[in-house]
Write a protein that binds this ligand. Structure first.
Ligand SMILES: C[S@@+](CC[C@H](N)C(=O)[O-])C[C@H]1O[C@@H](n2cnc3c(N)ncnc32)[C@H](O)[C@@H]1O
Length: 291
């Protein structure tokens, strides 16, 4: 038997081919669904930023029931389908970030070149890996950043001046220009050494679920959007994008094909009072069919 509040939420959520959302908050809505089904339900030119951290086709089994095992050609064909649909739903000037291995990033970047405008190949330093076979030591992940034409929003993000973790002193001498540095920090570059993107079991808030450090989607959101803009993440995982969108006052929409317990648990810890709310009008307005 559903409570009145649950009924109201159900009546107020999109009905087009999607089942009921598994989580709604004051700012967002999450579906346990294939991202292609979610994307199909979203109107063209309605999303401000997409942050996507897809499976990497590493032949592994996720702890949520999803299996990441494709022939390479099928993986690329599938990737281009969701990428194309992400481009379709972006507003003019909207931003697309894709976090992926360089092995796939150059295919994705080549596919995007033309319909979208290249902004950056951000390299995120990867620690704790090892070379396989006759390969160099893999030391970075790629975070592709494209916009749909000229960027609609570009916010400069500043980062703390790097300091020695033992003595607290500066790591660089800035050629005698230290006193001229902006007190709010350095301009973020396209080389991120401070995000530790490796998904080490011990550093994850929810062991067993693939998740990024929140700083990674957070920066993408901050760079490319303003308050009340709508952020889409098709591959929810442990929900780091949704947490950061909520924290930064953006609206958000997401899908996760596996179970979404980790995302719900994240919100129960992070922001329980925002949960179980009627989805915001701005979020509902991106769906092409509304009840
Ligand atoms: C790398 S993880 C994302 C982690 C997430 N960025 C985080 O920080 O918590 C990729 C996720 O995509 C999900 N997934 C795979 N195929 C999907 C699909 N077709 N639609 C929606 N989610 C999918 C997997 O179950 C997995 O949880």
């Amino acid at each position: 038997m559903k409570t009145h509040r649950e009924k109201t939420i159900q009546e107020d959520t999109p009905s087009s081919g999607l089942s009921e959302p598994c989580l709604t908050t004051t700012h967002g809505i999450l579906y346990q669904a294939d991202c292609l089904d979610l994307l199909a339900a979203i109107r063209s030119e309605s999303i401000d930023t997409v942050f996507a951290d897809p499976p990497f086709n590493l032949q592994k089994e996720y702890k949520n029931g999803f299996q990441d095992q494709w022939q390479n050609v099928d993986y690329l064909e599938w990737s281009f389908r969701w990428i194309d649909d992400c481009c379709r739903v972006l507003v003019p000037g909207g931003a697309l970030f894709i976090y992926v291995l360089p092995r796939w990033a150059y295919h994705f970047a080549a596919h995007l070149d033309g319909p979208m405008e290249f902004r950056h190949w951000i390299a995120l330093s990867m620690k704790g890996t090892f070379p396989r076979g006759q390969k160099l030591y893999p030391a970075h992940y790629a975070l592709l950043y494209f916009t749909k034409g000229k960027p609609r929003v570009f916010n400069r993000v500043r980062v703390p001046v790097p300091a020695c973790r033992h003595c607290g002193g500066d790591l660089k001498d800035y050629g005698g220009h230290r006193k001229y540095l902006n007190p709010e920090g350095l301009n973020l570059t396209d080389f991120w050494e401070d995000t530790s993107p490796n998904r080490h079991r011990n550093s994850k808030a929810r062991p067993g679920v693939n998740e990024l450090k929140p700083m990674i989607p957070s920066r993408a959101i901050e760079i490319s959007s303003g308050p009340e803009d709508v952020i889409l993440d098709p591959f929810g995982g442990g929900g780091s994008t949704f947490q950061e969108a909520q924290r930064l006052g953006r609206y958000w929409i997401g899908s996760e094909i596996g179970h979404c317990d980790a995302i719900e648990q994240r919100f129960r810890t992070f922001s329980p009072t925002t949960m179980g709310r009627k989805p915001p009008r701005k979020v509902l307005s991106v769906f092409s069919t509304q009840s």
